[in-house]
Design a protein around this ligand. Structure first.
Ligand SMILES: *Cc1c(COP(=O)(O)O)cnc(C)c1O
Length: 404
């Protein structure tokens, strides 16, 4: 996104024109940014060409995933719905991994029938269940075991997943026991060690520590894993102050690890592929000034973008036109929903805005639409894919008849 002649544009399309033509709130994704992100990600790790499995939970739009597939990516899914979506998008099942602590029997059966690459199991009970189903189907199924490396990802606690108090994966001791257990299970072929320590990680050091833990545990088990799945979690810059993840250092650490262990690396990035491609376009309904506080009430709300309400995330907000006049007061940007957590950001000294103005909430491609809901019986927004001046509807706005 940039300003051309003081107008905010996504590629070559102004957000004001999008709002006029398609209404608001609307998610718009930039194809050019998506391509850039994928190419950069591949370049960062090209010395060992990992299998890159896009994390479908970060954005589950089937048309977007179809575009992502065209770059050769696979998928990381966490439910049968996401698995169906990845297959519908044309992703080769041999590039799909299935994660999650609570896969049901139906989900396991479906994954086996679709012949996906790996089911990453997270408990002994799950491994037993996979073995039972594989036996019924007279098959040998490749699985991974998710290790909880007890590594602090130094990110928000709500999106940390690799510490011992988190529900994800199994600890070192259990991992070693489970490797033995799998060796004796006839219908299971243990092929992968997987980890995923959290999301929005901006420091490479947690990844280095995680690799050390994996190295140590492989040495202890003395088992040859065909795949090492390092998960995702690479953070993006939400506001200018934030640091950037040092991909060079992460790449260096993986290369050092690969000198000792010859395995194929899998990554499961979500946010770093899709996060900064998406913009939520919204209109100001009212501006409400009170004695204590001032509010800018948008037509987008926490049901459209839940990250601020869910874990205090902040997203930059930009005006559709630059006019140069500034406000002096402090304003809270809120949605119309009947919850006090339905607010996006508090700003002071920003460009003067008025009712009916169009604004853009930035970097909402990941965990934006995929976390949306119908709370307050609001319709889910429209989604658009922008390629230069071409606009394609990739998901229609919901209709009341779908809801009532
Ligand atoms: C959520 C998730 C990811 C993706 O995380 P990002 O921070 O979006 O890269 C990858 N793997 C697993 C197992 C996940 O749960």
């Amino acid at each position: 996104m940039k300003y051309i002649n003081k107008k905010l544009v996504i590629e070559k399309t102004s957000i004001e024109n999008i709002a006029k033509k398609y209404g608001t709130p609307t998610y718009s994704y930039s194809y050019d940014q998506l391509r850039t992100n994928i190419n950069n990600f591949k370049k960062s790790f090209k010395s060992f060409s990992p299998l890159i499995c896009f994390s479908v939970k970060s954005n589950s739009n089937v048309n977007l995933i179809e575009e992502i597939k065209k770059f050769g990516l696979g998928a990381d899914v966490v439910s049968i719905g996401e698995l169906m979506t990845a297959i519908k998008a044309g992703i080769n099942p041999k590039k799909i991994v299935f994660s999650g602590v609570g896969k049901t029997s139906n989900e396991i059966i479906y994954a086996i029938e679709k012949k996906i690459l790996l089911i990453n199991a997270e408990s002994k009970s799950e491994i037993k269940e996979i073995n039972r189903i594989a036996k019924l189907k007279k098959k040998k199924i490749k699985i991974g075991i998710r290790l909880n490396p007890n590594t602090d990802a130094k990110t928000l606690s709500q999106i940390s997943t690799g510490k011992k108090e988190n529900k994800f994966g199994v600890n070192e001791k259990t991992f070693i026991d489970l490797v033995k257990y799998c060796k004796n299970s006839r219908n299971i072929l243990l092929s992968c060690l997987s980890v995923h320590i959290g999301s929005q990680i901006l420091n490479h050091k947690p990844y280095e520590r995680m690799l050390k833990v994996i190295d140590k545990i492989i040495n202890k088990t003395n088992y040859k894993f065909e795949f090492i799945d390092l998960g995702g979690g690479m953070g993006i810059t939400y506001n200018n102050k934030n640091r950037k993840l040092d991909y060079k250092k992460y790449n260096f650490a993986v290369n050092r690890f690969l000198k000792k262990h010859k395995s194929k690396i899998i990554f499961e990035p979500g946010r770093s592929i899709i996060g900064n491609t998406g913009t939520l376009i919204s209109k100001i309904i009212y501006i409400k000034e009170t004695k204590n506080k001032n509010f800018i009430i948008l037509d987008a709300a926490m049901n459209d973008l839940m990250r601020p309400a869910l874990y205090g995330a902040t997203h930059k907000i930009l005006p559709s036109k630059k006019i140069g006049k500034k406000t002096k007061k402090i304003y809270e940007f809120v949605g119309p929903i009947c919850e006090s957590t339905d607010k996006f950001i508090t700003l002071k000294k920003f460009q003067k805005l008025k009712e009916k103005d169009i604004i853009a909430i930035c970097d909402v491609g990941a965990y934006g639409m995929s976390l949306s809901s119908n709370y307050n019986l609001r319709l889910k927004p429209l989604e658009l894919l922008i390629k230069k001046s071409k606009i394609r509807v990739i998901k229609k706005r919901q209709k009341y008849k779908d809801l009532i």
